[in-house]
Design a protein around this ligand. Structure first.
Ligand code: NAD
Length: 461
């Protein structure tokens, strides 16, 4: 794999800074044109992109198209349609005389040159969705795809300069070593998707320049299954998030906390759905995604070998092809290897826990990116919302909140800082700059408290 050289990066950095300073990216027509070109970039190259995703992850076209290409194209179209509305100035409440008479206005101004760093599990979406938001906000940018999904990175390096503005939107390839050089530079914003560990390196580098960051991270998202849950649908929704992308999803269910009386029935339902999704009993279908690389395969392999739980389904795996079957492990207790880190794979640990214990266990850990609660009781939902913290919550399904239109998506604490999607993406790449005019001359007689000489009487006037 070849990475961009320091000289190539320097050239890209200068070009993006020059384009921003020239005002190119602030132009609304430029933004609209780039959003349209992004749509065409995917449209013209979707076969190539999906082939690359198959090479990297053994991802089937259905998953690759919907998870990567379709998401970006839909986002581009919506952003084009809403560009004027989402970027327009905000007028604060006019009941305040200062706002009313001074015409206080909040402008959404682009932050400048942003560095966007993507992850490998959805290597198109996680790089290009923030790109769309940065374009819509009027920023120039340097895009850094994940080097781990190397075939997809190569496609991105090839197509981005062919479709996007070659001065303002630059794409560089870099591994950890090259990143340390890139991060010495001053950016106006850094948007990072990836693990909390690397996020600390990014955050520390950004702090040297007081650069604001958006960190879209992961975590151990729990599924809490209460007594009142519909077990058939619960199992279907949990199983599909573990099956899709072989569980290599930030919003994936990391572990299940289930009321002890329901555990065996839930496991039976989960097995039913894993078998159905595989197209037959414990098959290895050609459309099932594999583990991205040997490092991650070995990590999952070791965690599974070390568990003191019982493998009741799956467990088959092949290091050569990096196939790792959906695997259910029951009897998992606190301190188990499977709970030691974010799994980011197709292993599903099942923990016996009543609703109170599920809440206290979840509270005891880092704030996850999502919490999934399966219950038909409003009181249970209120307790989840009031007694826990997480990036988002989906009730009686998994991950739906990421797909909801025009709502913010992001983590909290260890699962992230900031948000994007829809109008919130534009806010992320913008500075909210207030301006106001001097008040009319006749107000001078009214606001005497502003001027010395001071007196107690004037202070209360
Ligand atoms: P990662 O942190 O290893 O890599 C992410 C990016 O950082 C890549 O572009 C990589 O090249 C770069 N990088 C790696 N080492 C670096 C270093 N030392 N210095 C600077 N940059 C470096 O993450 P990953 O393995 O690509 O993705 C998995 C993680 O990302 C999981 O934790 C997952 O939950 C999380 N994730 C979060 C979201 C979200 O939207 N919140 C989406 C996908 C993945």
């Amino acid at each position: 794999m070849t990475f961009s050289t320091a000289a190539e990066f320097d050239q890209a950095y200068k070009s993006a800074n020059r384009a921003f300073a020239a005002g190119t990216t602030k132009n609304k027509e430029w933004r609209r044109r780039q959003l349209k070109r992004a749509w065409w970039m995917i449209e013209d190259n979707k076969k190539r992109i999906c082939d690359a995703l198959y090479t990297d992850l053994h991802k089937h076209y259905q998953e690759a198209y919907t998870g990567d290409c379709g998401t970006v194209q839909a986002d581009a179209l919506r952003t084009i349609a809403k560009l004027d509305e989402w970027t327009k100035d905000i007028k604060p409440e006019r009941s305040d005389p200062l706002n009313f008479l001074g015409g206080a206005t909040i402008r959404k101004e682009p932050l400048g040159v942003t560095l966007i760093i993507g992850a490998w599990n959805f290597p198109i979406t996680l790089l290009l969705q923030p790109m769309l938001a940065a374009i819509a906000a009027g920023c120039a940018m340097i895009l850094k795809p994940s080097d781990v999904a190397s075939a997809t990175q190569d496609v991105l390096m090839d197509i981005i300069p062919k479709y996007m503005d070659r001065d303002a939107i630059r794409c560089v390839s870099a591994g950890a070593q090259e990143m340390s050089y890139i991060l010495e530079h001053r950016f106006d914003h850094i948007f990072y998707t990836g693990s909390p560990n690397v996020a600390k390196i990014i955050h520390a580098a950004a702090a040297k320049h007081l650069t604001p960051v958006t960190l879209e991270l992961g975590g151990q998202c729990p599924a809490i299954v209460a007594e009142s849950a519909n077990l058939d649908l619960t199992a279907k929704h949990i199983a599909v998030t573990k099956f899709m992308n072989a569980g290599q999803i930030c919003l994936n269910v990391n572990h299940v906390l289930v009321a002890p009386g329901l555990r065996d029935r839930l496991v039976a339902e989960l097995i039913k759905y894993f078998d159905t999704f595989a197209g037959g009993k414990a098959q290895n279908p050609d459309y099932y995604t594999h583990i991205i690389n040997e490092r991650n395969f070995d990590r999952l392999d070791t965690l599974l070998k070390q568990t003191s739980g019982k493998i009741v389904y799956g467990g088959e795996r092949n290091r050569e092809t990096r196939y790792f079957a959906p695997t259910i492990v029951t009897g998992v207790k606190a301190g188990d290897s499977l709970l030691s880190e974010e799994l980011f794979g197709p292993i599903l640990p099942i923990i016996d826990a009543d609703f109170d214990t599920a809440i206290s266990t979840t509270r005891a850990g880092e704030h996850p990116l999502a919490i999934y609660a399966f219950t038909s009781k409003a009181a249970d939902k209120s307790r989840i919302l009031n007694e826990t913290q997480s990036g988002g919550v989906t009730f009686n399904d998994c991950g739906l909140h990421i797909a909801a239109r025009d709502v913010p998506f992001g983590g909290v604490g260890n699962s992230g800082t900031g948000y994007y999607h829809g109008p919130y993406g534009i806010l992320t790449f913008s500075h909210l700059r207030t301006y106001i005019n001097a008040l009319p001359w006749w107000m001078e007689g009214v606001i005497t408290a502003r001027y010395p000489p001071y007196s107690v009487e004037k202070a209360h006037k």
